[in-house]
Design a protein around this ligand. Structure first.
Ligand code: HAX
Length: 435
């Protein structure tokens, strides 16, 4: 058994009795009450999911396994000569909750290396798609196409114990994650670099190898590591994480769950917002002929967008009520590496003007920037100018968190998800007191 699997098995043995005790002895304890506003309003804030992998405090932002983003970036083992930690070590941390040693990081690196060969048919399938297909469609399709290789699906049909399900989801998770950087880079080079594909380098780490296959020099390796880590997990209720969890709760395997997750991520109110931000910024840029706008000019663009009934992409959040620390981590990177970039200046100006405008209009509950407000600017600066690719990068990162959550969901035996619906008439009866 691999080192990571062994460690996970130890952790699962500790965690299972906690869940069992809660269910058996405290199953009827009330946690929350639900209002009609929440039922109609996208289930906002209803406490109805469990995860120990990350927690999103509305005012503090995300913590991964109890650590803030700056703590994660500081404490996890770093790639020699790099500013950012190994993605491999971060995945170990997400799965086990323990900071890995260098040895443990190396062990996962080897695991990924031994599983990363992408079957040739996957490339053929991507190539057979219309070249103007959205890269997210290509990415999700590539993942779906590998479903036939799911170890869980095979074992399930052979007949395995429920308590062992997690082991096969774990195998599928590693097999899938190991292949994502190459598939994503392949899509990028096929669509935007005339199919000039760069083969992987087994000596490089997850982030370094991705940068290498994208054909982009340093510090793009660190940007990739930072991206994958920042986008990995944001509790379980967001559309992508929840979709992955929901689909896997039917015992659909990891391939089905992760491709479904990507389809949820591809919506403009969620992961596609990073693409929308750049599209919007470039509209402003073009209208001003590349000049840095004054605050007044920028305010006018923001107000015009809102008056046209559109949202300001990259601002607002369903849970957060302050500036997203994922935004701040990327802003710090920009301040260090690209402080004079005109697009970064645009984004910084937006940070200055948008919150007051949204507050004054009184609709958005959170006027502050989210992760997507900053991420495209960095990609653009380092040469990834095709913004419809940005959500694919988000998707690689999100796969780390969602696969980890799905492995744990099976380990703790969470059942198939099935909330209850009511009719509008039933809600009216409750509202008008005719229960
Ligand atoms: N610009 C304009 N209006 C906004 C807004 C924004 N950035 N954010 C919220 N609002 C509006 C909503 O559209 C809503 O209007 P209606 O009542 O007319 O429907 C109102 O303010 C209340 O919304 P809310 O309760 O504050 O926000 P929601 O929880 O409903 O939605 C969203 C959260 C993130 C979808 C929303 O803030 C938004 O559309 N933001 C822009 C898109 C974006 O950046 N998405 C990425 C979010 C982070 C993420 O998931 N990344 O993957």
């Amino acid at each position: 058994m691999s080192l990571l699997k062994e460690k996970l098995q130890e952790k699962i043995a500790i965690e299972r009795p906690r869940t069992e005790k809660l269910l058996k002895e405290y199953g009827n304890v009330k946690v929350d009450e639900v209002t009609i506003g929440q039922i109609i309003g996208g289930m906002r804030d209803i406490k109805s999911l469990v995860t120990d992998i990350s927690y999103l405090d509305p005012y503090e932002g995300i913590r991964f396994r109890g650590l803030t983003i700056p703590e994660v970036l500081e404490k996890l083992p770093k790639v020699p000569g790099a500013e950012m930690p190994y993605v491999e070590g971060f995945y170990y941390f997400l799965l086990t909750g323990d900071l890995p040693t260098e040895n443990e990081v190396n062990a996962i690196h080897e695991e990924f290396n031994s599983r990363k060969q992408v079957p040739d048919y996957v490339f053929k399938i991507i190539k057979s798609m219309p070249i103007d297909s959205h890269p997210m469609t290509m990415f999700a399709t590539a993942i779906m196409s590998m479903q036939k290789d799911s170890i869980f699906a095979k074992k399930y049909h052979e007949g395995v114990k429920k308590t062992d399900y997690w082991q096969y989801y774990f195998e599928d998770a590693l097999n899938l994650l190991a292949k994502l950087p190459e598939i994503a880079a392949f899509i990028y080079r096929l669509k935007y670099r005339n199919g000039d594909i760069i083969p992987p380098d087994p000596n490089l780490d997850f982030g370094g190898n991705f940068a290498h296959m994208m054909g982009i020099a340093k510090p793009y390796d660190d940007i990739s590591r930072l991206y994958f880590i920042l986008h990995s997990d944001h509790e379980s209720g967001n559309v992508s994480a929840h979709t992955g969890h929901l689909v896997a709760s039917a015992l659909s395997d990891m391939y089905y769950a992760i491709s479904a997750m990507l389809n949820g991520l591809a919506g403009p109110l969620h992961g596609l917002a990073n693409e929308e931000v750049l599209r919007w910024l470039h509209g402003v840029y073009a209208q001003l002929g590349g000049k840095i706008p004054t605050e007044e000019e920028m305010k006018k663009f923001v107000n015009d967008t809102l008056d046209a009934g559109k949202v300001i992409p990259g601002f607002g959040h369903a849970v957060l009520r302050k500036t997203d620390p994922r935004y701040m981590a990327q802003r710090e990177f920009c301040l260090k590496h690209l402080p004079d970039d005109p697009l970064f200046k645009y984004v910084d100006l937006l940070f200055k003007v948008v919150p007051d405008i949204l507050l004054a209009r009184g609709k958005a509950k959170n006027p502050w920037p989210n992760v997507d407000a900053q991420s495209g600017v960095i990609q653009w600066y380092y040469g990834v100018k095709e913004y419809d690719f940005y959500t694919v990068l988000f998707g690689i990162g999100r796969s780390l968190g969602v696969t980890a959550n799905i492995v744990w969901a099976r380990a703790l035996g969470y059942p198939i998800e099935r909330p209850k619906s009511l009719t509008t008439k039933m809600l009216e009866d409750i509202a008008f007191g005719k229960k």
